[in-house]
Ligand binder design. Structure first.
Ligand code: PNW
Length: 501
């Protein structure tokens, strides 16, 4: 049986259950979000769809990587062949989205479902297009805006075998894929994201099919990034010139970062480490896209280290004048995925970014952790959003934020309830108290799903999935119920209200 208790009682309960308030947390803000603020949920194709080889879909690097499980890198040796079976059960997903009262649903298109080899010249798969049409039409029929990511890590194998993101011909392939997506879906899709978290996939082993990112050539992540920035910009320019005039949508990119807090906020070396860290994680992408060049601090450090290593050119490539013009100002908004924060300080022995950033990170023993060991630091979310606003002054959409549980937590997910409440409240402060232009928020994730190298051992869903249930019924956890209330209230109104937990 679920109980009805008041919000203030819940808060007290939470504090008693170990929801400790650290020195850097301040008071909970009872207020609502600006009118029109958009609430949503997020997933990605490989993590939920299944149907990995159905109806003409091509193979992606995640099909290959998970089937071969090279080096046993996937915790439970599992794969996304079935996952949440959203390829067949998308109507169930729409139903729970409707029950949540969301304004939008962020999902991704599997490139290889629509273009099996990744190259348009080899053919477009109508059955794949039909699937996304059914999903989009089903969402719109319930008044839910589709918010579509073009690339959420599942590169078609046809492109992987010719070098993937290290081969600059992929830039044109991505532009061609974008054209198909805008042409087929853009009459109904008004929110586009080119890429999800390039910082993750340009540094990930699986992006190079088991070769380490920073081995020969040592600049692999920098080459990957360079091609991603160009591909993003071409997609943006294409939309702007050929589709925006009739489709009137908006297009951006989603980056991910922790807030890198100076270990001692008054120490100038730690402040400089924070600055470097934010620019090597977030600025690496945001700077070229917004200002036409990599962050000056990256340029300085990687150029110097390349020279010291006796190279005659920098490991960090440069954009020529023509590309600078194309990339400069190539986004409508910034998407951000955020989960956790850490402290940083100077280090000349750190391995993060192959030592280029000279930054070492650490946690705080007093911080609570989620089930997979990520620190829960709500105040870092406000710092990050406010930093993004002050540094770039662009509209922001939070495209992911959530709590990872380990193993089968069942439906009672009180730590996740508390996580969302506190993180969303910090986002509210960044808007109301610091002036950040945050326009929407998507929780990760709508349902428990395939968590990449953690397989099914980690759960981020606000809906529970029993993977041995043949129907894969989506069941709301307590977090789904509490988010429904926050969405309906558009935040945290000052007057007492009732919450069902
Ligand atoms: C995101 N980190 O990845 C992805 O976009 C999702 O597909 C994924 O399921 C979700 O977060 C949860 O992991 C991240 O180490 C991977 O900080 C790693 C980190 C952050 C996000």
């Amino acid at each position: 049986m679920r109980n009805i208790i008041s919000f203030s009682a819940l808060t007290l309960l939470l504090l008693n259950c170990g929801g400790s308030v650290t020195a850097q947390d301040d008071e909970f803000l009872y207020d609502t979000f600006p009118p029109g603020f958009m609430w949503g949920q997020a997933t990605s194709a490989y993590q939920v769809e299944g149907g990995w080889n159905e109806d003409g879909k091509g193979e992606s690097i995640w099909d290959t990587w998970s089937h071969e499980n090279l080096g046993g890198n996937i915790a439970d040796g599992s794969n996304g062949d079935v996952a949440c079976d959203s390829y067949h059960k998308y109507a169930d997903d729409i139903k729970i989205l409707k029950d949540l009262g969301v304004n939008f649903y962020r999902f991704s298109i599997a490139w290889a479902r629509v273009i099996p080899t990744g190259r348009v010249a080899d053919g477009v798969n109508q059955a794949g297009i039909d699937y996304y049409n059914r999903l989009i039409d089903g969402l719109l029929a319930e008044g839910i805006e589709p918010f579509v990511t073009l690339y959420h890590w599942d590169l078609p194998m046809g492109l992987e075998v010719t070098g993937g993101w290290l081969n600059d011909s992929i830039v044109d392939d991505f532009e061609d894929y974008s054209r198909v997506a805008f042409r087929e879906f853009g009459d109904r899709v008004k929110y586009w994201l080119t890429f999800n978290e390039p910082h993750v996939f340009c540094l990930a082993r699986w992006n190079y099919l088991s070769q380490n990112p920073f081995v020969e050539p040592p600049e692999k992540p920098y080459i990957c990034a360079h091609n991603v920035v160009k591909a993003h910009a071409l997609s943006f320019r294409l939309y702007d010139a050929e589709f925006r005039p009739t489709q009137n949508g908006t297009i951006g990119i989603t980056l991910n970062t922790n807030w890198a807090a100076p270990k001692n906020p008054n120490n100038t070396d730690d402040q400089a480490a924070s600055f470097r860290s934010m620019h090597f994680s977030f600025g690496w992408w945001a700077n070229p896209i917004i200002r036409g060049e990599y962050p000056p601090i990256m340029r300085e450090l990687v150029d110097r280290k390349s020279q010291e290593a006796g190279r005659n050119s920098s490991r960090l490539p440069s954009f020529d004048a023509q590309w600078t013009e194309i990339i400069n100002g190539s986004t409508d908004f910034l998407g951000i995925n955020h989960y956790s924060s850490h402290f940083v300080e100077y280090s000349n022995t750190s391995t993060w970014m192959d030592g280029d950033a000279e930054v070492k990170g650490s946690g705080d023993p007093s911080w609570e952790q989620n089930g997979i060991g990520w620190s829960i630091v709500p105040w870092g979310f406000r710092k990050l959003l406010t930093w993004m606003h002050e540094e770039y002054s662009y509209p922001i959409y939070v495209t992911e934020n959530g709590y990872g549980g380990r193993g089968d937590e069942g439906l009672d997910d009180e730590p996740r309830v508390r996580y969302y409440r506190n993180y969303i409240n910090e986002m509210l402060k960044s808007i109301k108290l610091d002036g950040a232009d945050v326009r929407g928020y998507a929780a990760w994730s709508l349902i428990d799903n395939y968590e990449w190298e953690l397989g099914y051992t980690a759960r981020f869903g606000i809906h529970y999935l029993n993977y041995s249930d043949p129907n894969l019924t989506r069941i709301p956890k307590d977090s789904a119920i509490s988010l429904t209330k926050i969405f309906a209230d558009n935040g945290f109104p000052a007057n007492e209200s009732l919450l069902i937990v």
